[in-house]
Design a protein around this ligand. Structure first.
Ligand code: ZN
Length: 133
């Protein structure tokens, strides 16, 4: 993901590529490495690279990335939300002792019977978290 591509993507979604957004993108999206990160981790990394951004601003930034499909938000049942740079459909192992998430490819999993959702609602998607230790 280049800065130019990023800038265009934000523009198309009616948003600007602000300094915090660029700093977070450089940290998470420019090197092509897949990560599961918390907002706290991102804030700490930015401080150590002299890009001091408040935690609230980091949250807003990460949420804007989720909104335009650059990140996926995962509720792993822990205290904080995890953001995933792998936006394709996949599932996770959760290492209970450390909170670490490890990807499970969609193809490695087969579900034959999803429950019927409550009346008036429909299934929008689903993901599985397998707890391991
Ligand atoms: Zn993942």
């Amino acid at each position: 993901m280049t800065q130019e591509k990023l800038s265009r993507l934000f523009e198309e979604n009616g948003m600007r590529l602000t300094r915090p957004r660029l700093a977070v993108a450089e940290l998470l999206l420019m090197d092509g490495v897949q990560r599961h990160v918390s907002a706290e981790w991102v804030a700490k990394e930015l401080v150590s690279s002299n890009n001091s951004v408040s935690l609230a601003s980091v949250y807003n930034t990460l949420n804007s990335f989720v909104e335009i499909g650059l990140l996926r938000q995962i509720d792993a049942g822990g205290a904080s939300v995890v953001f995933d740079t792998n936006t394709s459909e996949h599932h996770h192992f959760l290492k209970v002792s450390t909170g670490e998430l490890i990807d499970i490819e969609s193809n490695d999993l087969e579900i034959s019977n999803l429950p019927t959702p409550p009346e008036g609602s429909e299934i929008k998607g689903w993901s599985l978290i397998v707890h391991i230790d």
